[in-house]
Design a protein around this ligand. Structure first.
Ligand code: ZN
Length: 487
């Protein structure tokens, strides 16, 4: 670990040298998705940002326990204590069991993450699987005197907490202002203050997800799961907690309050937040019609998209911005990223074919160290990418016969490209998306010929097509309407 890693701590609002509590072990918790719909860009950004951190910490030699949760209970429609549970609502609309909704969208989330080459976390706990831990956490907060019971529900007493601690220290919100601005909106009589938030909610008779507790048959408040599961798997004090900036308030602010109230101290040393994604300069939102899921990007099936964009194009696009800057998606910007990625991967491919010479006439300019310095500066992936582009120019010069690389320089360049492109940035070659359609049509064509051959009882042709595609790595399945294939 020659280079010191600096990361921006949202809590202290400073770039700080990363010093783990128990090196070489690092504990890292990231808020995962609420699984009631398909993953969209807003899910891709934190997943990729913290995947980069996970990969880089591992590269630096740390043994990382990465916990990313699945929210499957307690997240209400308005991100507060109001409205229906997002999962329960979907289950009601689709006439499914809530856990069917959870299973379906969790699997689809995993599939999308795999396409984006996001590594799975070490532990992926479900909120619904940790009800006991959450009830225990509520008890601790009640025992410490920072919560109160009201008609079967338990609420966090923000005003009391704020006398001892500082509610708002992460988000910078002013508690007095919050009390002022929220008082008028207050329609609930159960709570003492509208700024108070639910730790446990008594379930209404029609609420389909509920568990027994000392207070009522009910369900935990959304913020509680992360306090309970973070400390369960990473200890009462751990290194990193991450998530999107939109989670800073109320979710993470409440999480800090819960942990301080229950344990007497904050559990997290470094709070990290990725910035948000906009689409054509607008916030994403279902009502704005610009809510594009990852699958729609991959297939180009949303009306705002002029073409499909491969998972690696999406990943590369996100990495071309620093994680604390906003990213604005537009077709123009994505097409530029697609071209940039193709150039970089072409240079990487050319590099494999270059023959070593006795001397180098092109400079490789300490590429490894420059990339490490950029990563150590709060994960500056756009700078890493620009260094790789500079090196690509040298590679292309050699490839065009206008320069040479010595064996040592060539080996170093190959190793640095592999390390940063594959291991750290997590980019991999894929069939170019522009030729993707033609490629799919060609496979369909072959399989249609095979179907015709079968109808004509021309088994030799049908077997040949099947066997040779299988040998190339395709999986072919006969269905009642025809066929399905995947690579
Ligand atoms: Zn969380």
């Amino acid at each position: 670990m020659e280079n010191k890693l600096f990361i921006y701590n949202t809590l202290t609002r400073k770039k700080e040298e990363f010093k783990p509590l128990h090196a070489p072990h690092v504990g890292m918790y990231v808020c995962g998705p609420t699984v009631y719909g398909d993953a969209h860009l807003g899910h891709a950004r934190p997943a990729i940002t913290f995947d980069i951190l996970f990969r880089y910490l591992t590269h630096l030699g740390y043994k990382v326990r990465y916990v990313r949760n699945i929210t499957d209970v307690g997240h209400l429609e308005h991100d507060s204590d109001d409205g229906e549970d997002k999962i329960a609502k979907k289950a009601r609309l689709e006439k499914l069991e809530p856990m069917e909704v959870v299973q379906y969208y969790t699997l689809r989330y995993h599939k999308a993450m795999e396409k984006l080459n996001v590594l799975p976390p070490s532990i992926e706990p479900h909120a619904s699987g940790h009800i006991i831990e959450q009830i225990e956490f509520v008890k601790k907060i009640l025992d410490a005197g920072y919560a109160y019971e009201s008609e079967g529900s338990v609420y966090f007493d923000v005003e009391k907490y704020n006398k001892e601690y500082h509610y708002g220290k992460l988000s910078g919100r002013n508690i007095d202002e919050l009390l002022e601005t929220t008082r008028e909106l207050d329609g609930q009589t159960e709570k003492r203050r509208s700024v108070d938030f639910a730790l446990w909610k008594k379930a209404a008779p029609e609420h389909i997800m509920h568990w027994s507790s000392p207070w009522s048959e009910g369900f935990p408040g959304w913020h509680l799961e992360c306090s309970a599961m973070g400390t369960k798997y990473l200890g009462e004090k751990f290194d990193i907690h991450g998530g999107g900036m939109d989670l800073m308030f109320p979710h993470h602010e409440c999480e800090i309050a819960q942990s301080c109230a229950a344990l007497g101290h904050d559990t997290v040393n470094y709070w990290m937040h990725n910035n948000m994604v906009t689409i054509n300069g607008q916030k994403m939102g279902k009502s704005l019609g610009n809510f594009i899921t990852l699958d729609e990007f991959f297939t180009g099936s949303h009306e705002l998209l002029t073409q499909s964009y491969s998972p690696m194009t999406i990943r590369f696009f996100i990495l071309q911005a620093h994680y604390r800057s906003t990213v604005d998606f537009s077709n123009e910007a994505l097409i530029a990223s697609e071209k940039g990625l193709a150039r970089l991967m072409e240079a990487y491919e050319r590099l494999q074919k270059i023959q070593a010479n006795t001397t180098s006439t092109v400079e490789i300019n300490d590429l490894r160290n420059k990339c490490e310095i950029a990563m150590c500066d709060d994960l500056n992936t756009p700078i890493v990418i620009s260094h790789l582009f500079d090196a690509s120019k040298a590679i292309n010069t050699v490839h065009d016969g206008k320069g040479t690389l010595s064996a040592a320089d060539l080996a170093e360049l190959k190793e640095v490209f592999r390390l940063f492109i594959e291991d750290i940035l997590g980019l991999r070659t894929e069939v170019e998306s522009t030729s993707n359609d033609a490629y799919k049509k060609a496979i369909d064509l072959l399989l249609n010929i095979r179907m015709q051959a079968k109808q004509n009882k021309d088994w030799a042709t049908s077997d040949k097509i099947r066997n040779e595609l299988t040998a190339l790595g395709f999986t072919i399945k006969d269905t009642k309407d025809g066929f399905e294939w995947s690579l």
